[in-house]
Design a protein around this ligand. Sequence first.
Ligand code: PLP
Length: 410
Amino acid sequence: MGIIGKTDSQIEKIIQQEADRQEYELNLIASENIVSQAVMAAQGSILTNKYAEGYPARRYYGGCEYVDQAEDLAIERAKKLFKVEYANVQPHSGSGANMAAYFAVLNPGDRILAMDLSHGGHLTHGAAVSFSGKLYDFAHYGLSPETERIDLNQVEALAKKHRPKLIVAGASAYPRIIDFKGFSQIAKSVNALFMVDMAHIAGLVATGVHPSPVGFADLITSTTHKTLRGPRGGLILSSERYAKAIGSQIFPGIQGGPLMHVIAAKAIAFKEALGQSFTDYQKQVVKNASALAFVMMERGYKLISGGTDNHMVLVDFSQKDISGKDAEERLGRAGITVNKNTIPNEKRGPFVTSGIRIGLPLVTSRGMDEKASKRIAGFICDVLDDQENIEITAGKVKDLCLQYPLYKGK
Ligand SMILES: Cc1ncc(COP(=O)(O)O)c(C=O)c1O
């Protein structure tokens, strides 16, 4: 029995079951990753006991001399990593980061142009069920029906028509490079501010594997837990110009006390991201996604935009006799975790969908290379081709997982 079990055997059991699930399943959720043990230890550290409302050296509580140092380190490292003047490391999540960024430069009712949810945008980019859709007047761009890529001509036409105060680029499900320069030129031409939500690609951006929005975007938001491989949380970057507005919208605008244990873990993750091995890792993520895409297309599966430039692949089942929901469920039975995803011009409902999203960041963190990624693609196609293959594939999945433990030498 461990420390947790002495107090709560039910929760200890649940954690153990989840640990086994993560160990023995092929996790291809594009927004998940495996943090280092140092990041995890910081999150489970004594810093969780500390209240520190405010910012370093300007707190509303005493006893902040050590957590101040942790937050200063996180800020300095984030600034160095992304080459920006200002970093706010306090957002509890990516959604909160987006909320504070909007609040910093907009008033309720203002118009925003962002990517449509069903084409790959995020809920906080104006979905009716999100605070964003309720507070602001959103117009949406989508993917070109021909290329299945963002069409800057469409973005420009919509920007001219709707005259938004803010244009947002960034997505939860888009497998291609985003042209931040092109977006910024459109924003300038209609006098709009430009925000990039780089939550999914932050690790690629940090290492130069995806072009950076810095120098083009007025505001940059992110999560820290996807390709960036840090603790769960958010981040806002900008020039000095928006520092004060962002700072006051995070605290006291929408948050109270910052999570100092998570901020310390962010500092560690940023340090890790500044190292060469993190750049090698990000390059491998992209190679692995391309390898998987290649095999899936060879086996007759249609991919949105015909491939990938980043860490994810979107499979389009609109011409196949299987839904995203069925595929997710079938793959799950073989020990392969993906999520169903809407495709552009979706004909099925959001709980059924005609696609799946496949991400390679997590299996790459386990040490898997292109060869392993091609094997994974084969497993996926085997299961999607024929349900009869589920059982035999499940055995192969487990063998592959055993070859690549989650935490080596733990
Ligand atoms: C593009 C994008 N922005 C924001 C978020 C929200 O992050 P969180 O789940 O931490 O609120 C996500 C999460 O999936 C995302 O994909």
